[in-house]
Design a protein around this ligand. Structure first.
Ligand SMILES: [Cu+2]
Length: 602
């Protein structure tokens, strides 16, 4: 969705000339619904303080429609992104790239481990951390005093208990919108619940959005069942991650820092002889925007502010700075040898499409759900929020070289703004360490067989739309199957049954759709006639079905459902019954009704 159309903070769908004397926008089409005041103009949006308001010369930009613009030749207006705003964006901060070393989160030590089970305790607290050496320390939230949280490493099949403990302040670090589901005034402002993304886990330990709890478990949500979660870890070796999942404030809790890696290892992985130990490195990619004082910036209002609300959720958050493992544009010193990297997109909205500026291949070995059948050499990796890919990068014979990982995914994806000189950069690999021993690790010829789920085995097909909608404040928001979070459960697959879901995307955005509990396989994507669907409710395909991209051929728990396409996925539900969720992993969408419960039944 392009929220920069700059016409109206009302609702975008009016077509009558404006009758509001306080509106200065000659293009306003809001009729008698225009809500402009002399201080709050509808052609003026937050983004457009892209000029920082500090110019004093008449504007020379022909694309600028703001008669009061004083940006001289510095005005950055485009036809779609107009300046003249009322909420001040923080001034753009240019932080020097590659001056801070990539942090690698510590591996969490269990409180107890014997042959039967392992027990961890994880405290959530607020603290200050340096995210870049030119920036004052930033107040963040983290697990065990670390952002990202410490990495939890377990063995496939290991029984693990974790007590997640909320020791956060009573006041939220970021602006809460009390109008979105689950975040009304009747609940405490600071609530948490932890979900291990991709975990095969009983529902009571899955981090249901209404199973939240406060400090000392003083107050809990209506689906809270236990203080100590149990993880059976029935997955093969894979890269999972844990993060907050509280109804209505997930976007804020994760943005504040509540995310970490959860790695499952197994015997097969060890037999593969991949780069391991210090050569096996998780990379959590995120975008943030900072205030001058180093604090995290998260908008209180969308670009078209909602005058009735002190704080309103925004359609998407796009940060202007990229961080890896909680550090802005870090560098990593590497040896001239092979490394295994576990890439995770943990941003709120931003997609990443990564390349190496050396032009060299990355060898992808795993998807969300673990190993692929065989490695594939790729020049770019695309990850929407919550997706993971594991790659081997070979720095052999590159002594002395510096290799930059770049990003060129527009934000929001696919029709948003292009990246700039900052957001187009992710991190740098500097091949400056001496080879400490001969590299005997390999890029295996094949990893494991992945039987394709057979379409004929599906006992149920579901047609599920991704929709645009409008709330009572005139804010555009997204739905799944045209239903809100609180509507009765409609997806109730039987334990052990196989289903095919048609994700029918009627919106202009690409949505990363995540289903809890299970891994699925992508069958295909296919263009269809959205207009005809809206009118007649039938899918009329306008192109051939395209198979998943090579880099998506493996177990997946998050899939990009592209605009104006039907994306088909197939999955078998189990091994647990109970209440789970499926949702868009753009966190602003998830928090604002693009999430639905589902129930696995006997
Ligand atoms: Cu979405």
């Amino acid at each position: 969705m392009n929220i920069n159309d700059g016409v109206s903070h009302n609702s975008h769908n009016f077509s009558k000339p404006c009758t509001n004397p306080h509106c200065f926008n000659p293009n306003c089409k809001c009729g008698d619904q225009c809500k402009c005041t002399s201080e709050n103009q509808c052609d003026s949006t937050e983004a457009n303080s892209h000029n920082m308001h500090n110019g004093s010369k008449p504007c020379t930009n022909p694309h600028c429609n703001n008669p009061n613009c004083k940006c001289g030749d510095q005005c950055k207006c485009t036809p779609n992104n107009q300046c003249g705003c009322n909420e001040t964006n923080p001034p753009k901060i240019n932080l020097t790239k590659f001056v801070d070393e990539l942090p690698i989160p510590p591996v969490l030590k269990p409180r107890w481990k014997d042959q039967f089970y392992t027990y961890y305790e994880v405290n959530m607290t607020e603290f200050k951390q340096s995210l870049h050496s030119e920036l004052n320390d930033t107040t963040v939230w983290g697990y065990e005093g670390s952002y990202p949280g410490p990495t939890i490493e377990v063995e496939s099949g290991e029984i693990v208990f974790i007590k997640w403990i909320n020791n956060l302040p009573d006041k939220h670090l970021l602006p809460v919108d009390y109008t979105v589901h689950g975040a009304h005034m009747d609940v405490p402002e600071v609530r948490t619940v932890v979900h291990v993304h991709g975990a095969c886990v009983e529902w009571e330990s899955d981090g249901y959005p209404e199973a939240w709890f406060t400090k000392g478990f003083k107050q809990v949500g209506r689906y809270f069942r236990k203080q100590v979660y149990r993880y059976d870890n029935c997955n093969h070796a894979c890269t999972l991650w844990y993060h907050d999942h509280t109804l209505g404030i997930t976007r804020l809790n994760i943005y504040a820092g509540l995310a970490g890696f959860y790695l499952i290892r197994d015997q097969r992985e060890r037999y593969l002889n991949l780069p391991s130990g210090t050569y096996d490195i998780p990379l959590m990619l995120q975008d943030r925007t900072f205030n001058k004082d180093g604090s995290l910036y998260y908008p209180k209002q969308p670009e078209q502010p909602i005058p009735e609300l002190e704080t309103s959720i925004i359609p998407e958050f796009i940060g202007d700075t990229i961080l890896v493992n909680g550090k802005v544009y870090p560098y990593l010193k590497v040896e001239p040898r092979k490394y295994r990297f576990r890439l995770l997109n943990a941003s709120n909205t931003r997609f990443f499409r990564m390349k190496l500026d050396s032009g060299q291949l990355m060898y992808q070995i795993a998807t969300d759900g673990g190993f692929m059948e065989y490695p594939i050499g790729v020049t770019e990796i695309m990850l929407s929020p919550a997706e993971r890919a594991e790659v081997i990068i070979d720095f052999t014979n590159l002594e002395g070289k510096s290799i930059i990982m770049t990003n060129d995914a527009p934000a929001p994806f696919p029709t948003g703004d292009p990246v700039d000189e900052n957001t187009g950069t992710v991190m740098q690999f500097s091949v400056t360490l001496p080879l400490s021993s001969v590299d005997t690790s390999v890029i295996p010829a094949n990893m494991m067989s992945l039987p394709q789920l057979n379409e004929q085995s599906a006992s149920r097909v579901r047609y599920l739309t991704l929709n645009d909608n409008m709330d009572k404040y005139g804010r555009e928001f997204m739905l799944l199957d045209n239903k809100q979070w609180d509507a009765p459960i409609t997806e109730n697959p039987k334990l052990g049954s196989t289903e095919i879901w048609y994700l029918i995307n009627l919106t202009d955005d690409s949505h990363p759709i995540h289903i809890h509990l299970i891994d699925f396989q992508i069958l295909d994507r296919r263009d269809f006639d959205v207009e005809k669907y809206n009118k007649e409710g039938v899918i009329h395909y306008t192109g051939p079905a395209t198979p998943p991209e090579p880099q998506e051929r493996g177990g997946k728990d998050t899939v990009r459902a592209n605009p104006k396409q039907v994306t088909r996925i197939i999955m078998k539900f189990g091994p647990f019954t109970g209440l789970y969720v499926w949702h868009c992993h753009i966190l602003e969408h998830e928090d604002w009704e693009m999430m639905r419960p589902f129930m696995v039944i006997r």
